[in-house]
Design a protein around this ligand. Structure first.
Ligand SMILES: Nc1ncnc2c1ncn2[C@@H]1O[C@H](COP(=O)(O)OP(=O)(O)OP(=O)(O)O)[C@@H](O)[C@H]1O
Ligand SMILES: [Mg+2]
Length: 482
């Protein structure tokens, strides 16, 4: 597996912020310093030019007298920042006068760029390091004419140290601003990256919790549209996940309960069969009546196991059919009900119970006949089982809200209200002992409910203590099959 070191978002944001701010700072710095330099040089140049024009008329006089003191006095009187150096050079480039009186190493002044330019175009400017004054200096040279004849070259020099000092100050300021920019960039990058990553970090914590099956944690608030839609999708996902998990947990709980119930139901008859057969084997039972009684008990309980297994198989088959859709055919509902009545008539006769039917013979609806017959049989079986002798039971059918309703009513003892919500659950019995005694498995009503559901219908029960009970099967008249 390739291990990639992923960079933090900050390391993507910070360089770009730094680059943009420093680049703009450099541009501003270059522009400011060059503008300042140009302005300063232009200003100094025009000052020097004005001064040279001022002293121009004095030069001829000074040359004649071979004394330049008037010029020097004049220059000294000028209020300039730094002292001016005045030089007079012959047209051939030889030094005639120099106010600094330094020993110039320059053999011929013609090689100085400002002098060469002056001889060429009338004037020239040059900036260079002055080895005498040990400062950067600006030189201005002008042709000195009288009566259209070039007499010589006036050269003025002034230190531009102050410009360099100002520039140095400017550079220091720019470096300082640059540092401030870097600090601000770092702070802004940290802030921006935190703004972006905070909800993502919170979202990560949430999803980690969801992955562990803990859906209690609330998702963070969205800081932007993009993150908002991510949060919304996560919300949908977690909702679906949590629903699925609840469903799975419910199914798992049902499965466990079912296994426990089945084991519990089978345990008693199996223990009894085991116990009685052991007694028969171990004891030397001479009494044929006792032997017969024991064998009858064994038979009764093995039949019970058989009933339970048969009912469970019926249930599981209906459940499978529910998933795969049961086969429906247009059926005369009265015929189906009458077959169920027929099945229960033996038990009803034993208790002298009369079963009345009130079913419309012309009614044909799409059902699965054996399943509906089984459901009605189960309800009738209960009605007979849980009603006193010599009573009347009624099976009827009517149409209500686009449904065929099959009703089985009995005048029995009724069922307490607290039991009604659980009545259709597997193995649920109101009176455990009595029902078992009557041979009930507690699966009859569960089967009824599943049959109704397999038809897209429902079941219901209404009961009043000491008055009786009515069970209802609702079957949709139009099967919605897509
Ligand atoms: N008509 C009724 N009147 C009174 N109680 C009833 C009636 N029908 C059902 N019950 C109660 O509901 C319980 C569940 O009925 P269900 O038919 O599921 O099981 P069962 O009758 O005990 O067993 P079996 O699986 O043999 O039908 C019964 O044990 C009984 O207590
Ligand atoms: Mg029953």
């Amino acid at each position: 597996m390739i291990k990639r070191n992923k960079k933090k978002l900050l390391w993507f944001i910070l360089p770009s912020y730094l680059l943009v701010s420093l680049a703009s700072l450099i541009v501003v710095a270059l522009f400011t310093t060059s503008t300042f330099k140009k302005f300063y040089i232009k200003h100094t140049e025009s000052d020097l030019l004005a001064i040279s024009q001022l002293i121009d008329p004095l030069i001829t006089k000074s040359l004649k007298k071979k004394n330049f003191s008037i010029i020097i006095n004049k220059l000294d009187n000028l209020k300039v920042e730094s002292p001016l150096q005045f030089t007079y050079i012959s047209p051939e480039g030889d030094l005639i006068y120099d106010s600094a009186k330094s020993e110039y190493k320059t053999d011929n002044y013609k090689n100085s760029p400002e002098v060469a330019a002056a001889l060429n175009k009338g004037s020239g400017v040059s900036i260079r390091f002055n080895s005498d004054l040990k400062v950067r200096t600006m030189y201005l040279a002008l042709l000195h004419r009288s009566e259209n004849r070039v007499n010589g070259i006036i050269r003025l020099a002034v230190s531009i140290k102050s410009m360099d000092i100002v520039l140095m100050g400017l550079y220091l300021k720019i470096i300082f601003i640059g540092l401030v920019f870097i600090i601000i960039s770092v702070m802004v990058s940290i802030f921006v990256s935190q703004q972006i990553t905070r909800p993502i970090k919170e979202l990560t914590i949430c999803t980690r919790q969801y992955a562990c099956g803990n859906f209690d944690m609330d998702l963070p608030e969205a800081s932007s549209k993009e993150i908002g839609s991510l949060i919304l999708q996560t919300k949908h996902m977690s909702k679906r996940l949590s629903e699925n998990i609840t469903k799975l947990e419910k199914l798992e709980k049902m499965r466990k309960e079912f296994v426990a119930n089945v084991s519990h139901e089978l345990k008693t008859p199996i223990t009894l069969i085991g116990g009685f057969s052991e007694t028969l084997l171990e004891e030397d039972v001479q009494d044929p009546d006792r032997t017969r009684k024991f064998l009858e008990i064994i038979k009764k309980h093995s039949e019970r196991i058989n009933f339970i297994i048969e009912d469970l198989l019926t249930l599981s088959k209906i459940e499978q059919d529910e998933g795969a859709q049961i086969v429906l055919e247009k059926t005369d509902i009265k015929a189906v009900v009458l077959r169920a009545v027929e099945t229960c008539s033996v038990k009803a006769d034993e208790k002298n119970i009369k079963i009345n039917t009130e079913v419309d013979g012309r009614l044909k609806i799409r059902i699965n006949p054996p399943l509906i017959e089984q459901a009605v049989t189960n309800l009738l079986d209960n009605a007979v089982k849980y009603s006193p002798a010599d009573s009347d039971i009624k099976v009827s059918s009517n149409i209500k809200d686009k449904h065929l309703v099959i009703t089985v009513s009995d005048p029995g003892n009724g069922i307490e209200e607290k039991h009604l919500p659980y009545l259709f659950q597997r193995f649920y019995r109101v009176d455990q002992a009595r029902s078992r005694e009557q041979g009930g498995t507690g699966l009859g009503l569960a089967i009824v409910k599943h049959i109704a559901q397999a038809h897209g219908g429902t079941v219901d029960v209404k009961s009043e203590i000491n008055k009786g009970t009515s069970f209802y099967i609702y079957l949709p008249l139009e099967q919605d099959r897509s």
